[in-house]
Design a protein around this ligand. Structure first.
Ligand code: SAM
Length: 230
C-alpha cells in the first residue's frame, strides 16, 4: 500500500531542513520572510501555521515579532519533534506545536488573526476542504498566507527542469537515502496549480477577498494572500 504523505515526511524528518538549505541555497527562508512582510501584524495576534513540519514558518513569525501567539500543527510526529526541539533551544518554548490535520483543524471558529501554510498545501489531499477549514478558523477579515512552489514560465523553465532532475530527484534522494520521497516532491510540484490558476480556484470558493499573488524567483514559488469574507 502507498505510504501516507505525513509518514513519508516522518522518514526524512532528521534531514529535511539540511536538504532544503542545500537545495535552495537558503532562499526558501527568504521567501517566508517576504510573505510575512505582505501581512499586517500586531502584538498579540493569534497565528496558526498548518502543515508546519519542523516549524520554519512559525519561527520566522517569531523572529519578526516575538509578541505573537503562534501555534503549528502537522500530522507527521517526527517533523513535530524537531519543531519542538528548535522551539525549546532557540525560542524558549514560545510557540506551541500539536498533531493536527489541515483538513480538520482542531480549533474553534473565528479563532485566528492569521492562518499560514508554507510548502504544505500541495501535500494536503483535499485542498478545497483545507481552504474551507482555514476560512472557518479565521476571524472576519483574518489573513491567509500561502507559500507554495510553482513552475517558471519563461526561459528559466529548462534550467529549472534540469535542476529538479539533478539536484532534487538525484542529490536530495541520495542525501536523504529516500529517493521516492524526492521523486514525490518533484511530481507534486509539477502537478500543482500555481499563480493565476490557484488564485482562480480560491476565488471560485468565494471564501476570501483581497486575493493577490506574488511570483518569486521567476515563478519557482508563489505567495498567495487573502482575507476571510464573513
Ligand atoms: C514540505 S513540508 C512543509 C513543512 C513546513 N511548512 C516548511 O515550510 O518547511 C509538508 C508538510 O505537510 C504535512 N502535511 C501533509 N498533509 C497534511 C495534513 N492533512 N495536515 C497537516 N499536515 C499535513 C507533512 O506532514 C509535512 O510535514
Amino acid at each position: 500500500m502507498r505510504k501516507s504523505i505525513p509518514a513519508m515526511f516522518d522518514e526524512i524528518a532528521r534531514r529535511y531542513d539540511l536538504i532544503n538549505d542545500i537545495l535552495s541555497f537558503g532562499i526558501h527562508r527568504t521567501w517566508l520572510k517576504k510573505a510575512i512582510r505582505k501581512l499586517h501584524l500586531e502584538d498579540g495576534f493569534r497565528i496558526l501555521d498548518l502543515a508546519t513540519g519542523t516549524g520554519n514558518f512559525v519561527f520566522e513569525f517569531l523572529r519578526t515579532n516575538h509578541n505573537l501567539d503562534v501555534v503549528g500543527i502537522d500530522l507527521a510526529e517526527k517533523m513535530l519533534e524537531i519543531a519542538k526541539e528548535r522551539n525549546f533551544k532557540q525560542f524558549n518554548n514560545k510557540a506551541k506545536f500539536l498533531i493536527g490535520d489541515a483538513t480538520r483543524i482542531p480549533f474553534e471558529d473565528n479563532a485566528f488573526d492569521v492562518v499560514s501554510i508554507s510548502y504544505g498545501i500541495r501535500n494536503v489531499q483535499d485542498i478545497k476542504k483545507c481552504l474551507f477549514e482555514i476560512h472557518r478558523v479565521l476571524k472576519p477579515n483574518g489573513q491567509l498566507v500561502i507559500v507554495e512552489f510553482g513552475k517558471p514560465r519563461t526561459w528559466f523553465l529548462p534550467i529549472y527542469k534540469a535542476y529538479q532532475k539533478i539536484f532534487i530527484s538525484f542529490l536530495a534522494g541520495v542525501i536523504s537515502r529516500n529517493r521516492s520521497a524526492y521523486r514525490y516532491f518533484v511530481n507534486s510540484v509539477n502537478k500543482f496549480p500555481y499563480g493565476k490558476e490557484f488564485l482562480n480556484l480560491m476565488k471560485e470558493l468565494n471564501l476570501f477577498h483581497s486575493l493577490l499573488f506574488y511570483s518569486l524567483n521567476f515563478g519557482v514559488a508563489y505567495i498567495y494572500i487573502g482575507k476571510a469574507r464573513k
